[in-house]
Design a protein around this ligand. Structure first.
Ligand SMILES: O=C(O)[C@H]1O[C@H](OP(=O)(O)OP(=O)(O)OC[C@H]2O[C@@H](n3ccc(=O)[nH]c3=O)[C@H](O)[C@@H]2O)[C@H](O)[C@@H](O)[C@@H]1O
Length: 430
């Protein structure tokens, strides 16, 4: 038979299991020689352990009650953040709100009086400390940011239960064209599975929100007709990233068709600016140039320079907000479509492509440092040789009109970069 001590002391390793207790310590035996004294001590230890355990569980549940998803405190924070503070305002759930575009859009909406709740999974695709810093910016604007994944059905259901979001601005995604060769599954996880999970939650919500979401200029893939128009073919993606964004356009169409969700897909063209993404060329080039490290500049077939229709973040934010403002209502309820709903796709670009070497020259000018360039033939890694947006549709429907050219926008980016990473002007500009 097991003794009393064995009966009540936890058998799994943990803070309550004190190995010295079991050892045949002579002093211990001397002090507790009589059986009755030992029995009393055992009872005492038992009571002590029991009260400690119940205190622990009380503390645990108390902390959970205060901070975890679904707790009353959490609900209050979500409701407060979703509160609308202007006439005819909207209540927007922003996914990827700690991301580059997500943080800028969230702040713009909050500043004009809309309700905003953010979600972000803070993954480590790039330095999460930058995402935390963006979160701090959102906190200052009273935007509540939930640390969660769009694949979390329970969390999404709970959110739509407590807030009647009028709109969802869906910007959470696995971004980056070339990283898809390293980690293909993350694209499926976020851009396909995550999108479907979110659309399911939106379709079940009552009222259903209108959805505006980030597609990508990369869907034009090997299209050679310039500038790229929304009606051009998009069935030749050059990367898995592009393929998942194209799939997103088809998936959202299905939810529009079957469930009456109002959908606006935005094809962003190489968005850049302050608080940008460190994985993008303009950002990593800046870092390397300042650190005296070489940069690799890819070159296309027949030594032709690659070019991008680089688009400044503030212009993109205007396009996002314009899309939210003009989005029609979703028409479904109880998971059923009641009438046809809006389905739109827009290019959000700058309409003036710049070659990558020219972009580097602009950075050199702003940084006043010469880059050490390695020119390399473009590897077959999913890149496309050029992008160029036709934005007449967005101009007509959204009033979209980009106003910042690359030279000016990179200047703003460089100023932010130097200040954020603690470069004094003298230190960086030799
Ligand atoms: O517009 C878009 O749809 C896409 O824009 C960017 O993709 P990308 O245009 O490839 O942007 P960067 O990664 O910053 O590359 C810009 C250019 O610099 C070139 N590059 C990149 C990296 C490098 O080391 N060297 C180099 O020459 C690329 O080939 C490309 O021509 C984003 O990373 C995607 O998430 C987004 O969807």
């Amino acid at each position: 038979m097991r003794g009393l001590e064995e009966e009540f002391i936890p058998s799994t390793p943990g803070k309550f299991k004190d190995k010295t207790y079991y050892s045949s310590n002579r002093q211990f035996h001397r002090c507790f020689a009589s059986t009755s004294t030992m029995f009393l001590w055992a009872l005492f230890l038992l009571a002590l352990t029991a009260s400690y355990l119940s205190f622990q569980s009380f503390m645990d549940s108390g902390t959970r009650y205060l901070s975890s998803t679904g707790s009353l405190h959490w609900e209050k924070q979500v409701r407060d953040s979703a509160q609308i503070h202007r006439v005819n305002g909207m209540s927007v759930l922003v996914t990827g709100a700690a991301g580059f575009v997500g943080s800028h859009v969230s702040i713009a909406l909050k500043k004009r009086g809309d309700g905003v709740v953010g979600i972000d999974n803070f993954n480590n695709y790039y330095d999460p400390s930058l995402k935390k810093a963006r979160k701090n910016l959102l906190n200052l604007q009273n935007v509540y940011l939930i640390e969660g994944d769009i694949n979390d059905v329970r969390m999404l259901t709970k959110l739509f239960d407590i807030v009647a979001f009028t709109h969802v601005m869906h910007l959470a995604a696995q971004a980056g064209v070339r990283y898809a060769m390293e980690n293909p599954k993350s694209y499926v996880h976020s851009n396909i599975a995550g999108l479907v999970t979110l659309l399911e939650a939106c379709k079940n919500a009552n009222p259903q929100p209108a959805i505006v979401w980030a597609s990508s200029s990369s869907v034009y893939g090997l299209n050679e007709k310039v500038p790229f128009s929304e009606s051009d073919r998009t069935d030749q993606p050059a990367s898995l990233y592009a393929a998942t964004k194209k799939a997103g356009e088809e998936i959202t169409h299905t939810y529009n068709h079957i469930y009456g969700l109002s959908i606006t897909g935005l094809r962003f063209f190489t968005v850049y600016g302050p608080w940008g993404r460190p994985d993008m060329a303009y950002f990593s080039f800046t870092r390397n140039i300042l650190q005296g490290k070489p940069i690799t500049v890819y070159r296309g077939k027949n030594r032709v320079d690659l070019a991008r229709d680089f688009t400044y973040i503030d212009d993109i934010v205007k396009g996002c907000v314009g899309s939210l403002d003009t989005a029609g209502k979703s028409t479904g309820s109880g998971g059923k479509k009641r009438a046809p709903a809006m389905f739109r796709i827009f290019n959000l670009g700058n309409t003036s492509p710049v070659t990558v070497p020219m972009m580097v020259a602009m950075l050199e000018k702003h940084l006043k440092v010469k880059a050490k360039k390695h020119v390399l033939d473009m590897p077959g890694n999913g890149d496309v040789p050029f992008t160029h947006a036709n934005i007449s549709l967005a101009h007509k429907e959204l009033g979209y009109k980009p106003t910042t050219n690359l030279q000016t926008g990179l200047g703003k980016f460089v100023r932010w970069y130097l200040s954020y990473y603690g470069y004094s002007q003298e230190k960086s500009i030799k």
